[in-house]
Design a protein around this ligand. Structure first.
Ligand SMILES: [Zn+2]
Length: 302
């Protein structure tokens, strides 16, 4: 899975107030967009810019003039986390025009594992950076009084300079569900998604809603998307999924009662079907928890 890093490199997400050094990377996303500043070489490989390229945009949050300096520059570089010895930074924009990043010789490009992959550890770094970058850039103003939110010098949070309100990154739990019925697995085909046209066959999945347990969410999602009852709900593994600020929770459960499918949520789901184990198509790209669960079921290992 995407969070299983190669070379035994360790992901460390504690906040540190440190300036970029040689070898550190910057995952800079387009202002109000999802595209990532990258270099695409002739062979189709992508790379991220070194963070030191943006050294002029790094302002120590302890500096009382940091916000003013950032406003004059159109934004600031912020520390995110480290993977191995490489520190990752991202860019927090201000309300003015976005800076011109053409000095980097790179351009904002669409970013997905399937298209032009970055090396796996860097891909995980960029995906996780997207979550934090989206949070920083989506919290430039206080949700309570509308004041200016300043990057906190000691914690992963932003603090309102008017009322003192503090905001912390949020992780949204979601479930991906393998419903077993003997030698058949419940799979669904989604309607094409607006943002990327994805319409693949997959497991039932959805967000855990307010007031629910994991088990409540599993029972509700399976009922909404396939009209089926389930029991014997058990945990498999979990996965951080920065693109949607998710924590994906993989669960396995058994059909309980009738196997007659009735899709209630027809806006999202085109079709739900029981697929016999030997007819399951496996596409495990080493990234997704869901694809790993499908492959494990196929091999009788789930
Ligand atoms: Zn405020």
């Amino acid at each position: 899975m995407i969070q299983e890093l190669s070379n035994n490199e360790i992901f460390s997400n504690e906040y540190r107030n440190i300036a970029p050094k040689a070898g550190d990377l910057a995952a800079v996303f387009e202002k109000n967009g999802r595209n990532l500043l990258m270099r695409l070489d002739a062979e189709g490989a992508m790379s991220l810019p070194e963070a030191v390229l943006f050294a002029d945009y790094w302002f120590d949050p302890e500096d009382t003039e940091a916000d003013k300096k950032a406003a004059e520059k159109g934004g600031r570089l912020v520390y995110l986390f480290s993977i191995g010895t490489t520190c990752y930074y991202s860019f927090v924009y201000t309300d003015g025009p976005a800076p011109d990043f053409s000095f980097t010789g790179m351009e904002f490009l669409p970013f997905s594992f399937e298209s032009k992959p970055l090396p796996k550890n860097i891909y995980f770094g960029a995906e996780t950076a997207f979550q934090l970058s989206s949070w920083y850039n989506g919290n430039r103003h206080c949700g309570r009084c509308g004041g200016h939110m300043s990057v906190h010098p000691k914690m992963r949070c932003v603090r309102c300079t008017s009322c003192g309100n503090m905001d912390f990154p949020r992780v949204m739990p979601a479930v991906t569900i393998a419903v077993e019925n003997g030698d058949k697995l419940l799979m669904i085909r989604y309607r094409p998604r607006e943002e990327d046209g994805y319409a693949g066959t997959s497991l039932i999945a959805g967000f855990i809603e307010v007031g629910e347990t994991i088990e409540d969410a599993v029972r509700r999602e399976v009922m909404e998307e396939a009209g089926l009852k389930v029991s014997n709900i058990r945990y498999y593994k979990s996965q951080p999924w920065g693109f949607a600020s998710n924590l994906m929770i993989g669960v396995i459960c058994d059909l309980d009662g009738s196997d007659k499918i009735a899709v209630h949520d027809t806006n999202e789901v085109a079709e739900a079907v029981w697929i016999p184990r030997d007819e399951i198509q496996v596409y495990d790209n080493g990234v997704s928890l869901t694809f790993e669960m499908i492959a494990k079921y196929k091999n009788g290992e789930l």
